[in-house]
Design a protein around this ligand. Sequence first.
Ligand code: DON
Length: 554
Amino acid sequence: MRWLIILLSLVFLMACSTPQLRPQAQAVASAHPAASQAGLDILNQGGNAFDAAVAVSAALAVVEPFGSGLGGGGFWLLHRASDGKQVMIDGREVAPNAAQRDMYLDPVTGQANKVASVNGALAAGIPGLPAALVHLSEQYGELSLADSLRPAIRLAKNGFLVNEHYRRLARFRLPVLASSEPARSIFLREGLVPELGTRISQQDLAASLESLARDGFSGFYRGELADKLVSGVQQAGGIWDKQDLANYKVKEREPVVIDYNGMRIISAALPSSGGLVLSIALNIIEQYDLAAMDEATRVHLVVEAMRRAYQARAQYMGDADFVSVPTEKLSQKSYAWTLADNLNLKAAMPSQQLTGLNASEGHDTTHFSVLDKAGNRVAATLSINYPFGSGFVPPGTGVLLNDEMDDFSIKPGTPNVYGLVGGLANAIQPNKRMLSSMSPTFIETEGSVGLLGTPGGSRIISMLLLAILEAEKGAQASSWVALPRYHHQYLPDVIQHEPGALSDELKAGLIAKGHLLESVGRTYGNMHAILWDKENGRVTAASDPRGKGMALVE
Ligand code: DON
């Protein structure tokens, strides 16, 4: 009997110390409470994390029209528990077939026309989000596409209430929204920013979602809706063709995997620059003992790593289906070490002295994370680029189009709306995907799994870098998302930071090393993260305190 008790105790102890293979709860964290709830509802109806991701993506398209939508694209990073498959679903927009490298340059002066790549029908790439939702549902889901789209259709019909955040972004994009009749009638009231609490219902968008639910890919990319999209774009001076829509293809990409100090970081592959930029920065940082450094030296090192990684982005990165990108070289540790050769812990390196090419913030675009009880995960970042995208809605569709064409390098060395420069690798070519910074990411350690990401244009990647360094210290998801933020992107050669992010002492230390500092005037980013502690099965989730999102664990 005694032996039996000892044996049973041993078995019990072993069971306790074996990492749990399944989370004890499911979680959804997104930028809008109604979208998080839509995801949870789908999980509770027997859907898996992939069905929930379809529901959250579609709901965000309705309730955050300034951030993402059917007229845009995104990246969905997946982990399937049954076989451990990790894949990135690439639903990035592509340039229309009639696009040309110099289409935004003045034919006489050669100057970049920065308005045409941002406002109106000519700024829109061919959307990828609807095709990605079909793919996610068909290839990975348990429920039908129609089931997963139901919450979004209901939200579009019933409407949502305007909050302060909506008002601020609508004010920012007022002239362009007012100049497209359908956009004006959906998103404004008598040509003005709607009052707080105004109900925005979107009947045309509901019908477009219903068409997608009914006919899948063809419901958006062929037939009546496609005809309306194309003729609307053409009448407004755009260059879409019916073939552009019919030919759109979702791609499955192998994610970038980074081994960093015993952690495994899984992040977005090209055409997102996120994974590679993170890889370069982390491989540089890994050479040093961060914990042994004073604060100014630590921040300086992280900034110098960002500077070099973003320089590689500008010089080499673009859609690898079209240009040759030395991906393998860029992700090697030895490459990062050579970049660190001229890294001086005492002094900033002016960006102009880095060899190679010399050529606002994060409340539009959106990120969400989902974990189900089987351990399936999705981290997804979706976008129509600038707030309210191009501001253009083709009549009768309710689909607000993106202005993602501005993410191409429209002229070598000319900064885009996020101040990013690029070269030929990211030049416009027909059917090519524009380089992105969107970086849905998983952080895996022996005992835990994290899911995270954020909007924020060029600053997306630096926000993730800071969050990964925080996770390395064993911090909780709530502190990853709340962390004060600073950023360097090679050019402009300045450390941008949130107000109050750097103490006076730290600023003095960085200035003494030769850095220029610039407060960006307000906070940025809207990160949504989930952390599953595999030792005890506990799941926690957090939404960025800067936004209005909601993290639900159940
Ligand atoms: O794909 C990109 O990198 C951009 N279109 C993302 C834009 C964004 O995050 C805007 N948020 N502030």
